[in-house]
Design a protein around this ligand. Structure first.
Ligand code: NAP
Length: 261
């Protein structure tokens, strides 16, 4: 059994790698920096776990093509990501920074990393996944009103749309593969500079890993779902658009107009 976790040299990714290693998986530890990646591999090996470094740099789309050399991956965790310049003028990290304070460069960098990089990881690995592989994307809610870090939420919204699109295609293809997103809640990592226990809400990466991996082993089919840490499932963005009329248009109207004769 093999699991590839991206961004696994620290934070939630490292905790997931450790968790899956303890469950008996051979860990392919994805990291962009070899020294940081090998250090994390050594920590897992010191605990008697099976781990190998794999270079995964989400900003090197050409380099990601070499992922297709891998084989028989049962679990792919797309964890690597950035929060997209949430630093304020005073240097503090602030998820509630005004959406008007993000530049075009901030948006491009974050979309490139979180969306295009993750897209390239998945598409390069499609032929390397086992027939019933699970792809898990570590994500966030993108439509709540409490904090709206524009670069981060738009990149994850694109990633979430990809989760739905690929999941629906797996279903159409009658594939046994699954792709789904987990929203772990607020976790204390370098990404947000938060402290565990803060406001009674923020949890450790190890608690997050326990929660996240539980959805891999609960025996349920989670394909094309976004799952909140409390188990709530969001399976579409616009519930009002799931009615009969839209389904009918999708099935008949669009095919009539654009379908092959
Ligand atoms: N922390 C939270 O509250 C929270 C909540 C919901 C979702 N998430 C998601 O959880 C995931 C992990 O975040 P974290 O909180 O554990 O943050 P973290 O401690 O900052 O870890 C992020 C990981 O992603 C890697 N990474 C960043 N840019 C990369 C790139 N271009 N190519 C490859 N790897 C790259 C980092 O590598 P380096 O060490 O080399 O920088 C690091 O391994 C992210 O996708 C994040 O959006 C976090």
């Amino acid at each position: 059994m093999k699991a590839l976790i991206t961004g696994a040299n620290k934070g939630i990714g490292f905790a997931i790698a450790q968790n899956l290693g303890k469950r008996g998986y051979d860990i392919l530890l994805g990291a962009r920096d070899e020294a940081r990646g090998q250090e994390a591999v050594a920590k897992l090996q010191a605990d008697g776990l099976s781990a190998t470094f794999v270079k995964v740099d989400l900003n090197d789309l050409e380099g990601l093509a070499s992922l297709s050399d891998l084989s028989d991956i049962d679990i792919l965790v797309n964890n690597a990501g950035i929060a997209g310049n949430i630093a304020t003028e005073k240097g503090a990290l602030d998820m509630s920074k005004s959406p008007f304070d993000y530049t075009t460069a901030d948006l491009q960098e974050t979309l490139n990393t979180n969306f295009l990089g993750t897209h390239a990881v998945i598409t390069n690995l499609l032929d390397s996944l086992s027939a019933d592989a699970k792809i898990l994307n570590v994500t966030i809610p993108v439509s709540q009103k409490y904090w709206m870090p524009l670069a981060y939420v738009t990149s994850k919204a694109a990633q979430n749309a990809m989760t739905f699109a690929f999941g629906h295609q797996f279903e159409k293809d009658k594939s046994k593969r699954q792709i789904f997103g987990i929203m772990p809640g607020a976790i204390a990592t370098d990404l947000n500079g938060a402290t565990a226990g803060e406001g009674g809400m923020v949890r450790t990466p190890y608690e997050a890993a326990e929660n996240i991996t539980s959805f891999l082993f609960d025996g349920k089919n989670h394909n094309a779902e976004l799952i909140n840490f409390d188990g709530t499932v969001i399976d579409n963005y616009e519930p009002g658009l799931m009615g009969k009329n839209l389904k009918d248009i999708a099935k008949n109207g669009l095919k009539r107009k654009f379908g092959k004769k």
